[in-house]
Design a protein around this ligand. Structure first.
Ligand code: GDP
Length: 335
């Protein structure tokens, strides 16, 4: 057994090459759910969805990390309707009372669907309708995720970190342009990561439980933390007591999302600095006290007190992900 922890970019890239090194039938992918939002009543799980699309061979890595060749007719019509009705664009975060008024799983991440601030594809939306409807029929997020994984012919087991709500909330200093707290997706998608960040909160984490599926998989073999945002992708998982304890017990190899202090993509540097870590590979090592070894880029001279395997960690072309997966396997040999 091997378990990959996944955000929405780095680990899905690595999963392209992992089958050459790790048997998919013995592979579990635990998806972060702190990024999830309920949008117009639909539960969207961006990190899990990326894994599903990657497994289904339909992931578009060029344009939007959605389904390739998807259309956006419904999304476009939502904007047109809002415009025609004179409704102001979002993100339209529902009021505090509404945040805990519906499905528990959506607590503190409920947005109105008016003018839809995230661009959901039409086929993509079918996934969210199915997910939300199965949840309403009484299935857990774990069951629903596995059902969807079957629909995408996933070769690996895909499970959420928790069946409970955990919402990544960004706290910002005084700024008249922004609210002083906002969901991560509002920060990243609507405001392009522009607001200053004072702190990151995983709302709900103290009351949330890690899934048995995630804990069971982690207890059965090594864990691979693919290149991830340590704050908003791995942070919500490590904020779950049971999952953090399981990581402490497990053999863990982490691939750095940095080359020294250069990030490949996304807001990791800004968020790490905000929560008190150095925005670099050294900071990633501090953020992962449970990691037993690291895979770093050939050009990354960071000295760490734990074992390191180096390779070219950029995963853009054919063969790249397989090379990084092999380096992960090599790192597992030296811990
Ligand atoms: P999110 O869920 O989309 O925010 O992203 P993840 O949690 O999956 O994190 C993506 C992280 O992986 C970013 O910090 C990037 O710097 C890093 N990353 C993206 N592409 C690559 C790559 O090809 N190689 C490596 N080593 N890191 C990458």
């Amino acid at each position: 057994m091997v378990t990959f922890l996944s955000g929405g970019t780095g680990t899905p890239k690595l999963l392209e090459g992992s089958p050459a090194v790790f048997d998919p039938a013995d592979t579990t992918v635990v998806g972060n759910t702190g990024d999830d939002v309920e949008l117009g009543g639909l539960l969207v799980c961006p990190d899990i969805d990326t894994v599903l699309f990657q497994q289904g061979g339909v992931l578009d890595r060029e344009y939007w990390w959605g389904i390739e060749d998807d259309t956006t007719e419904t999304h476009d019509e939502l904007a047109a309707l809002a415009d025609a009705a004179g409704l102001e664009d979002g993100p339209r975060y529902l009021d505090a009372e509404a945040q805990t008024a519906g499905r528990d799983i959506a607590n503190w991440r409920r947005f109105s669907g008016v003018a839809e601030f995230m661009e959901l594809g039409d086929r993509d939306r079918a996934v969210h309708v199915t997910r939300t409807s199965l949840l309403d029929e009484g299935q857990s997020l774990t069951e629903v995720t596995r059902t969807l994984a079957d629909a995408f012919d996933a070769a690996v087991d895909v499970v959420p970190m928790s069946d409970d709500p955990v919402a990544s909330i960004i706290h910002t200093p005084e700024d008249e342009r922004f609210d002083d707290e906002m969901h991560f997706q509002e920060f990243w998608v609507a405001h392009r990561g522009e607001p200053e960040v004072e702190d990151v909160e995983f709302r709900g984490a103290a009351d949330a439980t890690a899934t048995d599926a995630a804990l069971g998989a982690i207890s059965e073999g090594p864990v691979v933390v693919g290149p991830s945002n340590p704050v908003t992708s791995i942070g919500p998982m490590a904020a779950l007591d049971g999952l953090r304890d399981a990581l402490e017990e497990a053999t863990v190899v982490a691939v750095s999302p940095f080359v020294e202090d250069e990030v490949f993509s996304g807001p990791a540097a800004k968020l790490m600095a905000a929560v008190g870590y150095d925005a670099s590979t050294a900071g990633v090592a501090d953020a992962y006290p449970f990691a037993d070894a690291f895979v770093l880029d050939d050009a990354d001279g960071t000295e760490l007190s734990r074992p390191v395997v180096r390779t070219d960690t950029k995963m853009d072309d054919d063969g790249d992900a397989e090379r990084v997966a092999q380096a992960v396997a090599d790192a597992l040999e030296v811990v």
